[in-house]
Design a protein around this ligand. Sequence first.
Ligand code: SF4
Length: 299
Amino acid sequence: MEIESIFSGMRPTGRLQLGNLFGALENWVELQDQGHRCFYCVVDWHAMTTAYDDPGEIRENTLEIVTDWLSAGLDPEKSVIFRQSDVKEHAELHLLFSMFTPLSWLERCPTYKDQIQQIDRTDLRTYGFLGYPLLQTADILLYRKVFPEPKTLLNEYKLIPGLDGRKMSKSYGNVIHMSAGPEEVAEKVRLMVTDPQRIRKTDPGDPDVCTVYKFRRIFDAADAEGFAARCRKGTVGCVECKKHLAARMQETLNPLHEKRQELMKDPGYLEDVLRSGAGRAGAVARETMEEVRAVMGLG
Ligand code: SF4
């Protein structure tokens, strides 16, 4: 597929997890390093649609996310890194789309229906939430000329379970942050659920039901099958197996952790990155909006 520009975003909901690293960020960095024109956006207005009654942490979480992005290898010299609400053209294009989008299209959106049922702490029967897909459309189309059809770029996704084997989720309390330091990693691995049938070190185990094995296949592919075979024969204990995994995970995550510590010493730098990104994104967005206004008979 020929790629002209790439736009992707994340909602500022706090420190990122391993799922964000392997599900998106790794790929973002790769696309950036391949020389594509990349726009990576902290979509704080999207966060506002479900947190409008308690938006207190959005600003702080924006800086947390950008810190994680830079720790993972996003480079503000190569990619345009910015905050959605700093480029007001996102709101203008969203408004214009809302003029001619039938309500029934928005009401049929499966995510809308699903989230309305699942999130009960906030009343989501608002226009902001209903119009979420239109804002997403505006986010993407601002960085193209008026208007080719955007294509989806799919990447291979490494499924990261939570510590207990369920989906990794803040609400389950089973998360590992991508910026976890060595002690945090060791502690999280210690808490991972193993084969519940295995009582003694010499009991034959079943790695296929063990969370440690799932993580090993991601962080320690070279040794994963060797440990699994020893587990099945009952010749390795869970403590040793976990220690080995923790060491491999620390090797991967320590550089991110160290970079994060360095970045946190200079919050002004993060603001500079966002300011400069907003300037670059805004220049493109303003050009697009001039064309949009002309096409729509405005201005
Ligand atoms: S030895 Fe390793 S793979 Fe086997 S149950 Fe224990 S932690 Fe899981």
